[in-house]
Design a protein around this ligand. Structure first.
Ligand SMILES: *Cc1c(COP(=O)(O)O)cnc(C)c1O
Length: 408
């Protein structure tokens, strides 16, 4: 992979007509090392956030040994890349064929569930010649609030506190190790989300009177975006550790987490070109069907910077973006703050797209990932909670950022 110092150098060298993904291996390794050394338990990388093989290898290099997979394709991918990794199949609704292959061929022993039907499915699919598996770690997914998070995961999965005790008791009968897992929603803006979920976990354990061996606090660890400035990850780890220590679990119980976003958001940004300007709307060459799904569908805001040889001194302006496809849905309302003199032909860098950006690309309308090149860059991510980039993302910080970029 070609290597450059930063977005400006890439734009200068390639004058790319299609979007270019700028990857930062050092940022992925830093995120992995932070979780590996600071989280008070085991960290499972949630592969759905970004399944790029290079990234998965980098996270391993940074110290991540456990992976949360949600599909057979993800399980095969990680097993192929990392024969030594521990895999957990944490989708609460799985195909029997997927469970069977995961258990019998891929060495998966950890599964999640939120219903008696799924429990029966797992027991049947992992049996050998009519004998039940004796080495299963089964995690019952509890439904918890997403109130503190930017993206809810509260409706689709999870057993209610009312129904949890019966499911925990039934699962205890067939599990070698019994776990409780939950997901507080993605981009949890306060550690209180985990404190609340752990309080609910305590109530479920007390009501079921079962021995619990694993507490899995799921994903939801935040990254930094414009308008979203969460506290440091250390604050989350401290609250989780305290909550875990207070639970009535077996003395050898393990604490797990499943970070997706926090491990990969910093890994990549995107270099795009402005193809047209109409008032305060910029038509750029990536969008809702490319890496900007969340910008279009849930109005997510990403840090942006103008990538020009000579930095602009124009005042900041709020822009919205259209992507390249032929429909109105390919619209990102932002606001994205850039200098007022942006014009067609300018390049922009859009940051923090390593999580749920590059993973969501489609080839719709001919603007697909086949066109998207990856280039390695060596500068810092545009906005990081991991390294705690001191500068604010919003202008006028953005302007300073630009100066730094163009070496002024
Ligand atoms: C999506 C998902 C994750 C990762 O969530 P983030 O908010 O990206 O950390 C973890 N666990 C499960 C079960 C998920 O579905």
């Amino acid at each position: 992979m070609a290597k450059h110092h930063n977005a400006l150098r890439v734009a200068r060298a390639l004058r790319p007509a299609a979007p270019v993904t700028l990857v930062r291996p050092h940022a992925a390794i830093a995120a992995a090392a932070l979780f590996a050394s600071e989280f008070p338990g085991k960290s499972f990388y949630a592969v759905k956030a970004n399944p790029t093989p290079e990234l998965i290898r980098l996270l391993w290099e940074g110290g991540i040994r456990h992976f949360d997979v949600a599909s057979l394709t993800e399980a095969r991918l990680v097993r192929d890349l990392l024969p030594e990794a521990t895999l957990a199949f944490m989708h609460p609704v799985k195909a029997p064929e997927a469970i069977a292959e995961a258990y019998h061929a891929l060495g998966v022993r950890i599964f999640s569930l939120d219903s008696h039907e799924e429990l029966a499915k797992i027991v049947a699919a992992t049996a050998t010649d009519g004998v039940n598996a004796a080495d299963l770690t089964l995690c019952v997914r509890l439904r918890v609030s997403s109130a503190h998070s930017k993206l809810s995961l509260a409706s689709k999965f999870g057993v209610s506190l009312t129904d949890a005790p019966a499911l925990l008791m039934a699962t205890r009968q067939v599990a070698d190790a019994l776990g409780i897992c939950f997901h507080v929603g993605s981009q949890a803006m306060t550690p209180q989300a985990y404190a609340d979920a752990l309080a609910l976990t305590r109530a479920a354990i007390v009501a079921a009177s079962v021995t619990v061996d694993v507490i899995d606090v799921g994903g939801g660890f935040p990254s930094r975006y414009p308008g979203m400035e969460p506290p440091a990850l250390a604050a989350y780890f401290a609250v989780i550790h305290r909550g875990f220590e207070a639970l009535p679990v077996s003395y050898s119980a393990e604490l797990w987490c499943e970070p997706g976003r926090a491990l990969c958001a910093d890994y990549s940004s995107l270099l795009v070109r402005v193809e047209k300007r109409r008032d305060d709307t910029l038509f750029i060459n990536d969008g809702a069907y490319g890496q900007l799904f969340d910008a279009a569908h849930v109005a997510w805001r990403y840090p942006v910077a103008l990538v020009r040889e000579v930095a602009s001194h124009a005042k900041p302006l709020d822009y919205d973006f259209y992507g390249p496809t032929c429909d109105d849905m390919d619209h990102m309302k932002g606001p994205f703050v850039l200098p007022a003199d942006v014009q067609a032909g300018d390049y922009l860098e859009i940051g923090q797209l390593g999580a749920y950006g590059s993973a969501m690309r489609t080839g719709f309308n001919g603007f697909g990932d086949c066109l998207c090149q990856s280039v390695e860059v060596g500068d810092a991510p545009m906005s990081s909670l991991i390294t705690g980039t001191p500068e604010p993302v919003e202008l006028p910080g953005n302007v300073r950022h630009l100066f730094a970029k163009s070496g002024k």
